[in-house]
Design a protein around this ligand. Sequence first.
Ligand SMILES: Cc1cc2nc3c(=O)[nH]c(=O)nc-3n(C[C@H](O)[C@H](O)[C@H](O)COP(=O)(O)OP(=O)(O)OC[C@H]3O[C@@H](n4cnc5c(N)ncnc54)[C@H](O)[C@@H]3O)c2cc1C
Length: 261
Amino acid sequence: MKTFNYHSAKDVKEASKLASSNSAFLAGGMTTIPSIKLGLATYKDIINIKNIKSLSGIKVSGKTIKIGATTKHVEVANSKDVKKAIPSLAALAEGIGDPQVRNRGTIGGSIANNDPSADYPSACIALNAVIHTNNRKIEAEKFFKGMFETALKNGEIIEAIEFSIPEKSNYQKYPNPASRYAVVGVYVAKHKGEVNVAVTGAKPCVYNDKDLAKALSNNFSSSAIESVKISSSGMNSDIHASAEYRANMVRVFAKKAVEAC
Ligand SMILES: Cc1cc2nc3c(=O)[nH]c(=O)nc-3n(C[C@H](O)[C@H](O)[C@H](O)COP(=O)(O)OP(=O)(O)OC[C@H]3O[C@@H](n4cnc5c(N)ncnc54)[C@H](O)[C@@H]3O)c2cc1C
């Protein structure tokens, strides 16, 4: 393991100032630490943001839920407020990894990392999330740019993620049997006037399936999904599932999610 400078920031301003193109923030360390240990990443500076109180917590106000970036998956899964306002979001958090991962991993770390198979990015797209950083507010659709790539700039810190409370929603995934990452996951959310169908695991980056969303906006029932063409073109193909299998799973899980709404 390569050496690095360790810093513990007292506030967001200090953390941002310490950051460079060769640094990482330490939230739960669930990606950063194994990446360093396996030699997949090296950093000059590791900046611990876990002790910054303003970055953690859950607030419901009116039509949204705002979740601080360093809030752990287990806190979202167990939150009475989340369970009441968006039960599918609490269930998603409960389905991440194992108890060890859920007790350390954070929502901010998950979306900053933007793993193609991560669960939270699909929630952000389906629930019209706004990502609050120390500099600006970014709509989820503009935040997730590509595989492990986001709109974040050097030193930019996610402070919170604000989700719109939908009329109804549900998330279904086929979990990798070892890690629980989504081989394919589909998050359906019905808002007033629109439906989002966010898909994770199928392509290099999470996306909103506009054809499924349109079909469900016209007729919110699983039968509406039957006639929608779901192409396997551009879908991931690996030892877990072929592109064709993934395309079929998108249909199956979209239907299951609508039926469970
Ligand atoms: C065994 C295992 C199983 C897992 N299973 C699943 C699963 O089923 N589903 C799933 O979705 N995920 C899964 N994960 C991922 C996990 O849930 C974590 O969310 C993810 O690894 C990120 O970890 P972290 O929150 O500890 O962030 P860290 O590892 O601390 O940081 C990750 C990256 O995000 C950046 N970062 C962190 N916080 C911020 C911030 N506030 N602002 C800007 N940048 C930030 C860091 O600079 C770093 O680049 C799994 C992980 C492991 C190790």
